[in-house]
Design a protein around this ligand. Structure first.
Ligand SMILES: [Zn+2]
Length: 423
């Protein structure tokens, strides 16, 4: 789908690429942005248009977060969500960590080499409350940046976000952890999410991964063991069958028996970034719905939808059905905006070579999206599109082709810290 703005840059409902082409061809619209594609109508105002109830749904992941736009259709069964735009944001995570390490090494070398007279300053810093490491903050920043962008391009009326993997409230509720606990269908999924995390996606007995897991009663059901959460473990089919009606201790695994009583302590830490995200999303001033991962997985299984980042985002929240349509997914990869530091370092923090003092060469910066039209007699003749890598000499690399002169390049879009691809 193509994002549409009115003449005052207020968002309207997205339209199909075909309709966008027609609008552009008839001169009713102009191109506002290339990636993702946004057009602006010249003759329409938002107050003259009908806007549907639409929501931004977010599934925050450690490496990749799903972000989808949907509009809700009210049906007798409940709301059916139709996809308007599918995207996934790949975070920098590890790259941020690595560059921070380089920074630290350079600083340590600098301090110890030239500034021995300076009093040591390393133990006088306090981390403020709610501090997150830079790699996690970058993840948060990516999601917030794209929430704000989608807010500019589409008429979002609410945000739905998965804020915890499982609902600790639901699990600690006496009705649920008690012996007389009635299995609610959703509660089973919350419990499964909890157990998967507690046993780190491994069979508690043989340590097997990547197999379908069963829920094992540590003190067997047949001998009066309860459905209480502390009596449950994750087991592969083989171990569960072999254990039969023995306790975990009799089966030769006293450590599992002991682990049973220990609750998952770091549940709060697991959810720390996500809670910070919800807090930041609230500042957009839209209603924020918060849901659990257990519910997402339950929705996905119930509606028979395969697991991808965007589908996970589609299944966040309460709905009667999901219509993903035939939309492609926009893969948004966070690349950063280059480095401020103009020195190349060895791994040990010694300076080794210096870069250009400025980033811009003949109006281009590395990462800008360009189209290069090179005339025939030259070796690089043809049309090249892609990201440019600049050199002081004016001989650039565009996409995979090196040695293109700056004079043949035309700017399409400035680098904005992200790379785009359709999947
Ligand atoms: Zn096993």
């Amino acid at each position: 789908m193509v994002f549409v703005l009115d003449r005052h840059k207020k968002p309207l409902m997205p339209c199909s690429p075909k309709r966008a082409r027609l609008l552009l061809a008839r001169g009713r619209a102009v191109v506002h942005r290339v990636k993702p594609f946004v057009i602006r109508l010249r003759d329409r105002r938002a107050q003259e248009s009908v806007l549907q109830e639409s929501a931004l749904k977010i599934d925050p992941g450690s490496r990749t977060s799903g972000m989808t736009l949907v509009w809700g259709e009210a049906t007798p069964q409940g709301e059916v969500h139709h996809a308007l735009f599918l995207s996934e944001v790949q975070h920098r995570g590890e790259a941020v960590h690595r560059s921070k390490l380089t920074q630290r090494h350079a600083r340590r070398r600098r301090r110890s080499a030239n500034l021995r007279h300076r009093a040591p300053r390393f133990a006088n810093r306090a981390t403020p409350k709610g501090w997150l490491p830079p790699s996690l903050r970058s993840r948060l920043g990516n999601i917030l940046a794209w929430t704000s962008r989608y807010g500019r391009w589409a008429p979002i009326s609410r945000i739905e976000v998965e804020h915890v993997r499982f609902d600790t409230q639901l699990l600690e509720h006496p009705e649920i952890s008690g012996v007389e606990y009635q299995y609610g269908e959703l509660a089973g999924w919350e419990m499964r999410a909890y157990l998967l995390l507690k046993y780190a996606y491994r069979c508690a007995y043989c340590g097997k991964t990547d197999v379908p897991f069963e829920i094992d009663h540590i003190h067997p059901r047949s001998r009066g063991g309860s459905h209480r959460l502390s009596n449950l473990a994750l087991a592969c089919h083989g171990c569960n069958a072999a254990k039969g009606n023995q306790t975990a201790r009799e089966f030769g695994h006293p450590e599992v028996q002991d682990s049973a009583r220990r609750p998952l302590r770091d549940a709060a830490a697991v959810n720390a970034t996500r809670l910070a995200l919800v807090e930041a999303l609230r500042r957009f001033g839209l209603p924020v719905g918060t849901w659990t991962g257990g519910r997402t997985r339950w929705n996905r299984a119930r509606l028979g939808i395969e697991k991808t980042h965007t589908n996970d985002a589609l299944c966040v929240g309460v709905m009667a059905g999901v219509r993903p349509g035939k939309l492609k997914t926009l893969r948004i990869k966070a690349t950063g905006r280059g480095e401020h530091c103009r020195t190349n370092w060895t791994a040990a923090g010694f300076p080794r070579g210096y870069r250009m003092r400025w980033k811009q060469v003949r109006g281009f910066k590395t990462g800008d999206l360009v189209v290069a039209v090179v005339p025939a007699p030259l070796k690089t003749a043809g049309i090249q599109r892609g990201r440019v890598a600049v050199r002081a000499s004016g001989s650039f690399r565009v996409g995979n082709v090196d040695g293109i002169n700056a004079r043949y390049c035309l700017l399409v879009q400035r680098a904005d810290g992200y790379e785009y691809a359709w999947a």
